[in-house]
Design a protein around this ligand. Structure first.
Ligand SMILES: Cc1cc2nc3c(=O)[nH]c(=O)nc-3n(C[C@H](O)[C@H](O)[C@H](O)COP(=O)(O)OP(=O)(O)OC[C@H]3O[C@@H](n4cnc5c(N)ncnc54)[C@H](O)[C@@H]3O)c2cc1C
Length: 460
């Protein structure tokens, strides 16, 4: 019997799965989203605790793609939308136990004490340094040391990488993890000349760069977006449905899943997997034994997110920024902290301040073996000292992510190439999610549009 609409099964109801499903639904495909958990959102998780809103995964997203605005309009979320406070443009980095504002202009750069005079003068050499070897097998640490010097690696890139990937610059591939940065050298021959030229080119194309994209969230937190997409999709989203296997049929695929203890299956024309690599590793063994190795090699370090609320009058330093990041050389027990209620005022009453602290990542995955209580006490003490806080928190909460963020490490390109070939060999099967095409919420949404376009081109 000929079906009216093509059936597409999307595995996983994180932001990647939900966005792709919504875009395909709008294009008249019959979509079914299968989600393991009882709730949707995946890494996007907001809870309300004692009247406080805690974003336990991403705290915000950058509006780097028009698809975000499209979703907000379609889902009637305009009233819910919050843009970040202008104060959040200011970011701090710790050096010698002092928080230094990250310089955002050439005069501020000349004045800052975050970098030594020697490091500043070293920048003049950057335009004369030639192109490097293959960026896929070159770490961001190696790349930055060669182009900008060791001090920039230690006090700019090392904390930045911890803030974005919870990662280690010695392990991340510059071309896989920071393709735009590497492209400045590849295309223009250097970072300074490349930045100037690409700003001009972007202006011509009216594009938004990550550093100038607006930062957003919602009045009820980040989970508003996945919840709203899932509501719009209604019964097309099935929760508590654990996908065990995808089987290749004569025409199309069969997705086998466990729904609250009973085994079910769906025949379909296309399958989009958006689950993390460590979950995808079992799904395709029926017809490809080689793929599991690639999924298994993508490392997701553990991260502990610690949420603290203080009375404002106990904090003796100005709250005038996004938060701060900590270079490894400073030897603290955490990676950095976001000043959540500065970024999105209204998160707590005016007389209180909320902070989100990140612990672990690739820099210190061993934290999982420590006594949690002792670790959190040490982190709290270090944080309170840096913030000049003179009274204990009035609320504490934590969320442990056993496998937090995929690392696009050296050699990642081999996985990427295998995944591309796998899709070519298996028409109608698409691999998506944050281990491909970028880890940020904005990148996941941008990538979801690309995947939806691929489906449109191949499954008609
Ligand atoms: C602590 C933390 C902080 C972050 N901070 C930021 C930030 O500030 N800004 C930013 O832009 N990004 C941030 N990120 C990254 C960003 O949140 C994620 O990369 C993004 O949300 C991933 O979305 P996804 O849909 O690709 O994957 P996921 O969110 O992982 O979704 C995958 C879904 O698949 C489901 N699933 C797994 N296995 C199965 C199965 N067998 N069957 C059915 N379903 C299954 C899972 O339950 C999950 O719901 C952060 C991430 C973390 C963990």
């Amino acid at each position: 019997m000929k079906r009216d609409k093509k059936v597409v099964v999307i595995i996983g109801a994180g932001i990647s799965g939900l966005t792709t499903a919504y875009l395909l639904h709008k294009k008249n495909y019959q979509v079914v989203v299968l989600e393991k958990n009882e709730i949707v959102g995946g890494s996007i998780e907001t809870i309300s605790e004692n009247g406080f809103l805690f974003d336990r995964g991403p705290n915000s997203a950058l509006e780097t793609t028009p698809v975000i605005g499209f979703l907000i309009k379609e889902l009637n979320l305009k009233e819910e939308l919050l843009y970040a406070n202008k104060k959040a443009n200011k970011r701090y980095i710790l050096r010698n136990n002092v928080l230094h504002a990250l310089p955002m202009s050439p005069p501020a750069f000349l004045k800052t004490r975050l970098f030594s005079l020697k490091a500043k003068l070293r920048l003049f050499a950057e335009p004369f340094i030639g192109r490097s070897k293959d960026g896929y097998y070159q770490s961001i640490a190696e790349f930055v040391t060669r182009r900008l010097g060791k001090e920039f690696l230690d006090y700019a890139i090392n904390p930045f990488v911890a803030g974005v990937y919870a990662g280690k610059p010695e392990e991340l591939s510059v071309k896989s993890a920071f393709p735009k940065l590497y492209a400045l050298e590849e295309k223009y021959g250097g970072l300074i000349i490349g930045t100037i030229r690409s700003i001009r080119e972007r202006k011509k194309r009216a594009e938004v760069a990550k550093q100038s994209a607006k930062m957003l969230s919602f009045k009820e937190g980040m989970q508003t977006l996945p919840n709203a997409i899932a509501d719009a999709l209604g019964q097309r989203v099935i929760t508590s449905a654990i996908v065990n296997e995808v089987k290749k049929e004569e025409s199309g695929y069969k997705v086998v899943f466990d729904l609250k203890g009973s085994l079910k299956s769906i025949q379909c024309d296309a399958v989009i997997s958006t689950v993390p690599a460590y979950s995808a590793n079992k799904l395709f063994v029926d017809f490809d034994q080689g793929i599991s190795k690639h999924f298994n090699e993508i490392y997701y370090p553990p991260v502990l997110v610690y949420y603290l609320i203080y009375s404002k009058d106990s904090i003796k330093r100005p709250l005038d920024g996004f938060g701060f990041l900590i270079p490894s050389l400073e030897k603290k027990s955490f990676l950095g902290a976001i000043w959540s209620s500065v970024i999105f005022p209204g998160r707590v009453d005016d007389d209180k301040a909320a902070f989100t602290i990140f612990i672990g990542g690739s820099r210190n995955p061993e934290f999982v073996d420590e006594s949690r209580e002792e670790l959190l006490e040490r982190v709290r003490n270090e944080f309170e000292e840096l913030m000049k806080i003179q009274a204990p928190p009035i609320h504490k909460s934590e969320r442990f992510w056993d496998k937090a963020i995929p690392q696009y490490n050296l050699g990642y390109i081999e996985h990427e190439r295998f995944f591309d070939e796998f899709e070519q060999k298996n028409p109608g099967l698409f691999l998506s999610g944050n281990y491909r095409g970028g880890i940020s919420v904005g990148d996941c949404i941008k990538n979801s549009e690309l995947v939806a376009d691929k489906v449109l081109q191949t499954i008609r």
